[in-house]
Design a binder for this molecule. Structure first.
Ligand code: PEP
Ligand code: MN
Length: 365
C-alpha cells in the first residue's frame, strides 16, 4: 500500500540540511534535561530534542526513565529553546500522556516495532490526532515488520511519518552494538521515496568512538537526518552511558560532517556523470550476456550428468570454483566477501537449474 507523507519541509519550515535530533537516552532529572537541552540549543543545529521518558529495559530494576513527571520538563525545553520535543511511546497510556503535554513527535522503539499488537494499539490511540511519528526499525532485520508498522500508522491517518534506522541485533561478533545492514534502510527508501529515513548512529555503534563515521556514512547514503544521543555528563548517565556525547562533542561532530548534494546543477558534472553511467550500462549488459551464456552451459552440463547418472552437486568442483574465483577476484582488486557471495548465488542458481532438469526427466517417465 501507499504511504501518504507530509514532507518535512511543510511541518519544519525554514530548516535546511539534515534533520538533527539529539538529547539524552533517558530523562533522569529536570536539571539534566534542561542543561543538556540548553547545550544543544546553543549549537544552533539541533531541531528536535529527544528524551526517553519511559525506557524499555531488558532486566527489571534497571533505570526505566523518570516517567510522566518528566513531560513538564520537556515542555520547559520547548518553551525555553524552541526545539521540538520527541519521546518514545510503547502503550496507549504513553501516547495519551505525551500528547496531553504537547510533545511534538512520538517514536516507536525497536522493541515495540517487533510487536504488531502493540503497534496497532498505538495506531488506534493516534487515530484522528495528526501526530508526528517516527518508527524505529525492529530489533531483528525484518523489513516487512518495519513496513507493517508504518502502514498501521498510515491507516490511522498519520502522514507526518519518519523511519529511524538504528541497526539490528546480531549474535555474530561485531564492532557494532547493532549491525547497520545498510541495504535494509536503502530498500525502505527505494520503496517509499517520500518517507524521511533518518539514522541513529548511537544505537548502531553503542560507543562514542565510531559515531562520527557511521553518521557520515548515513549522510553519504542520503539519509534525511540523524538522531544522536547526548548527555550533559555521559559518564554518569543512567542508561546507554557509553554511547552518549556531551553537547559540545556533538557540536564538533556536526561541524566535521560533510553534507553532500544529491545532484549538481553544474552542466559539465552532469554530462560527465551521464557519460560514465553509459559505460556502466554497457558493462552491465555484457555481464548479463555472460551470465546467460554461463547458464546455457550449466543446462548442457546438467543434461550430460543426467544422461550419465552422475549427481548434480559435486563438492570438490564447488570447492575449486570458490577457491579459484576468490583468488582471481582478489588479484583484480575485488573484496573476498563480495566474490564469495557472488559465487554462492551463481552456484545456487546452477544447482536449481540442474535439479530442474532431473525433475523434468522424472515427470517424463
Ligand atoms: C532509544 O532511542 O533510547 C532506544 C531505546 O532506542 P531503540 O528502540 O532503538 O533501542
Ligand atoms: Mn538509548
Amino acid at each position: 500500500m501507499e504511504l501518504p507523507i507530509t514532507p518535512l519541509i511543510e511541518w519544519m519550515p525554514g530548516r535546511k540540511g539534515p534533520l538533527i535530533i539529539s538529547g539524552p537516552c533517558g530523562a533522569e532529572t529536570e536539571e539534566q534535561v534542561l542543561t543538556t537541552a540548553r547545550g544543544l540549543a546553543a549549537l544552533g543545529k539541533v531541531t528536535v530534542f529527544r528524551a526517553g521518558v519511559w525506557k524499555p529495559r531488558t532486566r527489571p530494576n534497571a533505570f526505566e526513565g523518570a516517567g510522566s513527571k518528566a513531560l513538564p520538563w520537556l515542555s520547559r525545553v520547548k518553551a525555553e529553546t524552541g526545539m521540538l520535543t520527541a519521546v518514545e511511546v510503547a502503550t496507549t497510556q504513553h501516547v495519551e500522556e505525551a500528547l496531553k503535554h504537547g510533545v511534538d513527535i512520538l517514536w516507536i522503539g525497536a522493541r515495540t516495532t517487533v510487536n504488531p499488537f502493540s503497534v496497532q494499539e498505538i495506531a488506534e490511540a493516534l487515530r484522528g490526532t495528526d501526530a508526528a511519528v517516527m518508527v524505529k526499525n525492529p530489533v531483528h532485520p525484518d523489513i516487512q515488520l518495519w513496513i507493517g508498522a508504518l502502514e498501521r500508522l498510515s491507516l490511522s491517518g498519520i502522514t507526518r511519518l519518519m523511519a529511524v534506522h538504528r541497526g539490528f541485533y546480531t549474535s555474530d561478533k561485531s564492532c557494532y552494538r547493532n549491525i547497520p545492514r545498510w541495504e535494509i534502510p536503502v530498500e525502505l527508501q527505494t520503496l517509499y521515496p517520500e518517507l524521511p529515513v533518518i539514522c541513529d548512529p548511537s544505537h548502531i555503534c553503542g560507543r562514542t568512538e565510531t559515531i562520527a563515521a557511521v553518521a557520515q556514512k548515513a549522510l553519504d547514503l542520503n539519509f534525511a537526518g540523524l538522531m544522536i544521543e547526548s548527555h550533559i555528563h555521559p559518564e554518569a548517565a543512567l542508561s546507554d552511558a557509553r554511547q552518549q556525547l556531551t553537547p559540545a562533542a556533538l557540536g564538533v561532530l556536526l561541524d566535521e560532517l560533510v553534507v553532500r548534494e544529491v545532484s549538481s546543477a553544474n552542466k559539465s558534472f552532469t554530462d560527465e556523470l551521464a557519460r560514465m553511467r553509459m559505460i556502466i550500462d554497457e558493462v552491465d549488459e555484457q555481464l548479463i550476456r555472460t551470465l546467460a551464456r554461463r547458464m546455457e552451459l550449466i543446462t548442457q552440463v546438467g543434461e550430460y550428468k543426467r544422461d550419465n547418472n552422475v549427481t548434480v552437486f559435486q563438492l570438490p568442483r564447488w570447492q575449486e570454483i570458490l577457491r579459484s574465483r576468490i583468488a582471481s577476484g582478489t588479484i583484480q582488486g575485488l573484496e573476498e566477501a563480495f566474490v564469495k557471495e557472488w559465487c554462492e548465488l551463481l552456484h545456487k542458481e546452477s544447482i536449481r537449474r540442474q535439479t530442474e532438469i532431473l525433475e523434468i526427466k522424472k515427470a517424463d517417465l
